[in-house]
Design a protein around this ligand. Structure first.
Ligand SMILES: *Cc1c(COP(=O)(O)O)cnc(C)c1O
Length: 475
């Protein structure tokens, strides 16, 4: 006896069985009941963006089966593709290197500071960009030499500053109070920190990002530079800006590059000091779709080439001598990792809301998918489904009203137990996730040979209560 699986033209699995008398019998798989509903017929028509392809099932990440991953590591589950990270990095490096001779990337730790992820970037040649004391220690723990750590952010303690100065790290000063602390500490301890300032400016993007660093237009940035340049304890090595995040305008980077070049030029003219690097930060968009956007991000986001053109045109054309060209540092975060991360999850239940809308409740929500606050994440079914679709609201599992994964998404008729893949979640979710009601899930890395590795274990109650202490009278 043998059984042959085959698909009919609706994609429904049937099996052919040969019985003892060698007669062919068709065994129909039991079909799942889907309630009937009425919709306006638009078969064969395109919507205004073209034909719908978004509901194609996604069954594998790299060549690893999603069902298998969920079975082995539980649901929900974060999955990261090492291959994608390396490709994204190499691609970005190529794009900038083919346009400018001296390029250095520094991995933005806060975007995703799983050690395995950071180490992939460091193996590729990335420095570390950190914004807090504990991120700084993480970078040291990941083997990054002190002089390849960029220390950004408004919150550096005296101890952080002393440590970073002693390690020759690149301290990007955010405000005058930090500058004065650093001067005091350097004098007290006879340190000579390598510093840059963060500059903020009007790049035509509103609301203006002027809360970090020294302002360009009102002269604050130049004032801070002159104080540094006239202080024998500080070594000015660079100028930094990070003009915003998910920036859609290469033009804004032109303005930023021009302003930083102008500061560098003035430093050279007036103090005879040529700074070593210009750091234009990150902010390049990933292909996610911002909430309320008319078209999907994959169609509207400018390519990295356009940003690289904008930035390198300005620096190359500014007039620096060839041997004085500053190193160009980039702190790109989300653009390098977002599409390497996936969140797999399972439908807990479906229901009808009082207004008749279909609601699907998932086992992940705002707690693990913080970015659903600003993105309309692409979500695919993880199994073959029928072609019927319906608009639905997708909720997370939390007992709070704002726990919404998608306000409105048109998907096949997902039912309890069905599984889905959320795309492009590699940036900011694994650092901004919150532990509210539920425990954080496993994170699995698929390496370049398609082996799977847990890089962060799912939390349990013991982990959660580890830091709690009970006063004697409550024991
Ligand atoms: C967050 C951050 C980055 C990375 O930003 P992306 O938008 O993810 O590229 C880079 N530099 C600084 C200073 C940051 O705060």
């Amino acid at each position: 006896m043998c059984i042959l699986p085959l698909l009919n033209n609706q994609g429904i699995l049937k099996k052919l069985k040969l019985n003892e008398k060698n007669e062919l019998n068709l065994i129909m798989e039991k079909q799942r009941y889907e309630r009937p509903f009425i919709v306006k017929l638009n078969a064969g028509l395109m919507n205004k963006f073209g034909t719908r392809a978004e509901n194609q099932p996604v069954t594998h990440i790299e060549s690893v089966s999603i069902k298998g991953l969920l079975k082995e590591f539980g649901s929900p589950l974060f999955v990261i593709s090492e291959q994608k990270i390396r490709r994204n990095y190499q691609n970005a490096l190529r794009i900038f290197k083919t346009r400018y001779p001296k390029i250095q990337f520094a991995w933005s730790y806060k975007t995703n500071y799983m050690n395995a992820v950071c180490r992939i970037f460091h193996q590729e040649g990335s420095w570390a960009e950190v914004v807090s004391g504990f991120e700084y220690d993480k970078a040291i723990g990941n083997g990054v030499p002190g002089n390849k750590i960029i220390f950004n952010g408004p919150d550096k303690s005296d101890n952080d500053l002393i440590k970073a100065a002693s390690n020759q790290s690149l301290i990007h000063i955010d405000h005058y109070d930090e500058l004065y602390s650093l001067i005091r500490l350097s004098e007290e301890r006879n340190l000579k920190p390598r510093v840059a300032i963060r500059v903020n400016m009007d790049t035509g993007i509103y609301p203006k990002w002027d809360r970090f660093g020294f302002n360009f237009e009102n002269g604050q940035a130049w004032n801070a530079l002159t104080r540094i340049l006239s202080n024998s304890h500080l070594e000015l090595v660079g100028i930094h800006c990070h003009i915003g995040t998910f920036m859609l305008s290469p033009e804004a980077y032109k303005i930023a590059a021009r302003n930083l070049c102008e500061l560098a030029w003035s430093a050279k003219e007036r103090f005879g000091i040529m700074i070593q690097y210009i750091d234009l930060g990150g902010g390049f968009p990933s292909i996610n779709t911002l909430k309320g956007a008319y078209l999907p991000g994959s169609d509207t986001v400018p390519s990295l080439d356009q940003f690289a053109d904008a930035i390198t045109d300005v620096i190359l054309g500014y007039g620096f001598k060839q041997d004085e060209l500053p190193l160009l540092i980039l702190e790109s975060g989300r653009a390098l990792i977002d599409d390497a991360g996936y969140l797999l999850g399972t439908v807990l239940a479906t229901k009808r809301l009082s207004d008749g809308r279909r609601a699907t409740i998932m086992d992940f929500g705002l707690n693990s998918l913080f970015t659903s606050l600003w993105y309309e994440h692409k979500i695919s079914p993880a199994q073959k489904m029928s072609d019927q679709t319906e608009e639905m609201i997708m909720f997370g599992p939390l007992c709070m009203n704002i726990d919404i994964v998608r306000e409105s998404i048109t998907m096949p008729m997902l039912q309890k137990g069905d599984q889905v893949v959320v795309h492009s979640v590699g940036a900011y979710n694994m650092t901004q996730w919150m532990q509210f009601i539920t425990l954080r899930p496993n994170i699995v890395l698929i390496d370049t040979e398609n082996n799977t590795h847990i890089i962060r274990k799912a939390e349990n109650l013991a982990y959660l209560e580890q830091l709690e202490q009970l006063p004697e009278h409550l024991k």
